[in-house]
Design a protein around this ligand. Structure first.
Ligand code: ZN
Ligand code: ZN
Length: 206
């Protein structure tokens, strides 16, 4: 089954979400007081789908970027609304200047058009949900995010404004995706590491 064909069948699966511990929240660079933060395992069906979509986005860039993290938005009732990856914008714009510069997390966004806030997975997902006529369903929605460990200030603001209530990250997101950490699978010098990790987490049966 292709990544796209089963999107409409996805749901939030409340029973698979765990509220973040304070330590996990502290590992993010920025948090919102109006958004609740959760984690879930890579076997969550939406995480599986987000990783598949991320792999598609990365492949569309010939793996020239580590920024193929992908998020999926669900309505308050748990239905699929939209999804997006920051790699899509980079593919349109011919690559990532921050990867070329080796920029730190949160730095140099101004130097890469693709890395601008409006192209991030969160902002693009919200924009797409609006374009599809789901504005009202954004209130109380849940954003499930594979391949990243925090949401930047502009995206957090965009989520607050849209009424996104919950952000769900991968279990162990900071250790996996904070590129400044030893052993992280998000490695600007080697986009294949994140690709191989995503591929290693995919369940054959999904
Ligand atoms: Zn970029
Ligand atoms: Zn962002």
């Amino acid at each position: 089954m292709s990544a796209r064909s089963s999107l409409q069948n996805l749901s939030v699966h409340e029973e698979l979400l765990r509220p973040m511990s304070q330590n996990e929240i502290d590992a993010m660079h920025h948090v919102s007081s109006t958004i609740s933060y959760f984690v879930t395992g890579p076997d969550h069906p939406a995480m599986q789908q987000a990783m598949r979509l991320g792999l598609e986005a990365g492949a569309s860039m010939n793996w020239l970027t580590t920024y193929f993290h992908t998020g999926i938005l669900f309505s308050a009732k748990g239905h699929y609304l939209s999804h997006a990856s920051v790699a899509e914008a980079h593919a349109e714009l011919g690559g990532c200047e921050r990867v070329r510069l080796g920029s730190a997390p949160g730095e140099d966004y101004d130097k890469c058009p693709g890395c601008q806030g409006q192209n991030h997975s969160e902002a693009r997902s919200i924009q797409r949900a609006r374009e599809a006529g789901h504005e009202a369903e954004l209130r109380g929605s849940t954003f499930i995010f594979a391949g990243h460990f925090w949401c930047c200030e502009p995206c957090t603001q965009a989520m607050e404004d849209a009424g996104v209530a919950r952000v769900v990250l991968m279990e162990g997101a900071a250790a996996l995706f904070d590129k400044s950490r030893e052993g992280a699978v998000l490695d600007p010098a080697d986009p294949q590491r994140l690709r191989l990790w995503f591929e290693s987490q995919l369940l054959v049966s999904v």
